[in-house]
Design a protein around this ligand. Structure first.
Ligand code: OSB
Ligand code: MG
Length: 368
């Protein structure tokens, strides 16, 4: 496959409600879409970098710059491109996994559309629908949180994840457990907000039967997570720390986690995500597909990953309307707590012209 050109599109979509985490409050999603054009097909992907480097070192303008300055010229310079060639061709450039993931995914989408194969089928998916959880932001008060959780449960979400930080942890967890009962699948995500000195405090969460605690300590604190694991009964799940299959292998070997949140953007793409999935399966480590407030383009690909057999826990793959009043694709809808896995070639969805135009703030076409 030879690439004709690549379109970069900056979008800005309002979120249905502000999303607060220990690293900040998001009211809008700014993102970058890539469209890879080949003579046979077009491929789409969403870059998940946030506007600011507060979740990981990457940020949107940096992702766009590294793509336009180095990654796109490198890939456009290849005579024959397929998704398996993208990672090796970009290997000499360090880091920037979210930018690399977006480019590899757009190439993969074009390739699979050209061959008439769905991403889910290509990755080895075994499910036709995936169970959905929802990530619930930090709120101003516990009654407000209980109302939000009640609303999500009424919609049918099968698992609740509460964002936590020092000062908003034990009390909201206790209140949600008390109000909705012991059967509720409940977990928490700290986004690196604690240190090992908080181990005793975090162990009080052991009383609430949580499925897991996600990324309590820093991204680079693998050894500390392993120490924390000896002090908690709640399973530790890593998100930010898992930047590659190698990092996942190290974390498992060190005893830093027994659950992994797989986010394709964070690890450099869906091919690396499948390697992490396979590693988790081989080690009996539970895995699930995380999210980055994606539009339908990123969500479609995530749902394909969530359909792999080793993704054994409900993911942060919520319905489109949990994030956006108007999505840029046909929306993903919750049916009995599940999202349907797309079956059409590639990621299976294409942006709709009207919302795409409405939310685009800038478009750049890079011709080969
Ligand atoms: O830590 O999982 C996270 C959103 C943005 C950045 C990081 C995270 C999240 C979420 C929401 O928790 C996941 C989603 O619903 O897309
Ligand atoms: Mg997380």
């Amino acid at each position: 496959m030879k690439i004709t050109g690549v379109e970069l599109r900056r979008l800005r979509l309002p979120l249905v409600s502000p999303f607060r985490t220990s690293f900040g409050t998001e009211t809008h999603r700014e993102l970058l879409l890539l469209r890879v054009v080949t003579p046979e097909a077009e491929g789409w992907a969403e870059c998940v970098a946030l506007a600011e480097p507060v979740y990981s070192p990457e940020y949107l303008a940096g992702a766009e710059q590294v793509l336009t300055t180095w990654f796109l010229p490198t890939i456009l310079g290849l005579d024959e491109v397929d998704a398996n060639k993208v990672g090796p061709a970009l290997h000499r450039f360090k880091g920037h996994r979210m930018a690399k993931a977006a480019l590899e995914t757009a190439v993969l989408d074009a390739e699979l559309r050209g061959r008439g194969i769905s991403l889910a089928g290509h990755l080895g998916a075994t499910k036709t629908r995936v169970p959905s959880g929802v990530s619930v932001g930090i709120m101003d008060s516990i009654p407000e949180l209980l109302d939000a959780v009640e609303g999500y449960l009424a919609e049918g979400y099968l698992r609740i994840k509460l964002k936590i930080e020092p000062g908003w942890d034990v009390a909201p967890v206790a209140a949600v457990r008390e109000r909705f009962g012991d059967e509720l699948l409940l977990q928490v995500d700290a986004n690196t907000a604690y240190t090992l000195a908080d181990a005793r405090h975090l162990s009080t969460l052991d009383n609430f039967g949580l499925l897991l605690i996600e990324q309590p300590l820093g991204e680079e604190d693998l050894r500390q997570h392993a120490q924390l694991a000896t002090r908690l009964r709640t399973p530790i799940c890593l998100d930010e720390s898992i930047t590659s299959a190698q990092a996942a292998a190290d974390a498992i070997a060190l005893g830093a986690c027994t659950v992994i949140n797989i986010k394709p953007g964070r690890v450099g793409g869906y091919l690396e995500s499948r390697r992490i999935h396979d590693l988790c399966q081989a080690h009996g480590v539970a895995a699930w597909c995380g999210g980055m407030l994606e539009t339908g383009i990123g969500r479609a690909a995530n749902v394909a990953l969530a359909a792999l057999p080793g993704c054994t826990l409900p993911g942060d793959t919520s319905a489109s309307h949990r994030y956006y009043r108007t999505d840029i694709t046909e929306p993903f809808e919750l049916v009995d707590g599940h999202l349907a896995v797309p079956t059409e070639p590639g990621i299976g969805l294409t942006p709709l012209a009207d919302p795409l135009a409405e939310f685009t703030t800038e478009t750049t076409w890079i011709k080969n």
